[in-house]
Design a binder for this molecule. Structure first.
Ligand code: ATP
Length: 288
């Protein structure tokens, strides 16, 4: 039930023997645990847009403390899957589990309270507020407390130390007083991660955390993600295009192609997987 099939999707034999070793096309799908037993589980998730099947029966079982990357050629369904997991989109079919609880129908705004957070996008930062205040506002409304309309009351000390510590975690300690709008693109992304951390998540979801960054900032962010996982024992799932980042920091990589999971394996195995190579080459052929 947990392992999706990609029968008939790619050239070569159907993937039907996930644990029988490598060598043929599509041997990279490892048997995953039951999604209901995982920290983050996705079971047979499908999302259609009219005739388009953006995600087609995808399953994932991300284990505690795992750093999982989701990759795939353009249009493979990564963003749609991510949005379904985060609750921004409702799946057409299938389920999402967090710590064994079915959260498929829980609204997006409730998920941080359940232990799932995504990096805050730049447009959700309070541009005129300082780095410290941005993080502090999230600390104040964090998962264990109820969201409160007291948010903008002058309780500036509430959560201040904790907010400063979190900002330090992401390397923004020298910018605590800087208004968010004046941060560099890379620092705004780091602030977005800090704000997600302020909700005390069990699972942190990162949507292309290095997009638009210089090579130096990309390397720094990759290291930051690894440190967050190592230091906090967080479970991290990232959608990422930068293969160097994916291959260097992930424990396992899930590859989507045309909405289906065609491989889930450690980076080195995925890199050499014939079905994965075919999927990426297929995408390039379509572009020619
Ligand atoms: P990319 O790497 O290019 O961002 P992706 O892997 O994130 O792609 P998605 O953006 O999830 O892929 O798109 C998967 C498929 O679903 C594509 O064919 C896309 O055109 C289609 N799609 C996504 N969102 C919508 C939408 N809101 N309405 C219609 N079709 C959509």
């Amino acid at each position: 039930m947990t392992r999706p099939s990609d029968e008939g999707r790619l050239d070569g034999p159907a993937q039907d023997a996930p644990d029988s070793g490598r060598g043929g096309s599509g041997r990279g799908v490892e048997p995953e645990m039951d999604p209901q037993s995982a920290v983050l589980g996705v079971a047979d998730l499908t999302r259609t847009f009219g005739e388009i099947v953006a995600v087609d029966g995808a399953s994932l079982a991300v284990e505690a403390g795992e750093l999982r990357a989701v990759i795939g050629p353009n249009g493979a369904g990564k963003t749609t899957l991510f949005n379904c997991v985060m609750g921004a989109l409702a799946p057409t079919a299938g389920s999402v589990y967090l710590n064994g609880r079915d959260i498929t129908d829980d609204p997006e705004e409730r998920r941080p309270h359940l232990g799932m957070a995504r990096s805050f996008q730049s447009n959700l930062l309070f541009g005129d507020q300082s780095v410290l205040e941005n993080v502090r506002l999230v600390v104040q409304t964090a998962r264990k407390g109820a969201f409160s309309l007291d948010l903008f009351r002058p309780h500036h000390d509430v959560g201040r130390d904790r907010a400063a510590a979190i900002a330090e975690t992401v390397g923004l300690d020298a910018d605590l007083g800087t208004e968010a709008k004046n941060l560099s693109h890379g620092d705004q992304r780091r602030l977005g991660i800090a704000m997600a951390l302020a909700t005390e998540p069990d699972v942190l979801l990162l949507d292309e955390p290095t997009s638009g960054m210089s090579p130096g900032a990309t390397a720094q962010t990759a290291q930051l993600i690894q440190d967050i996982r190592d230091d906090r024992g967080l479970t991290v799932v990232l959608v990422e295009h930068d293969m160097d980042v994916v291959l260097s920091i992930s424990d396992r990589v899930t590859v989507l192609d045309r909405g289906q999971v065609i491989a889930t394996a450690p980076p080195a195995e995925v890199q050499n997987d014939q079905a994965v190579q075919d999927a990426y080459l297929g995408g390039m052929r379509e572009e020619l």
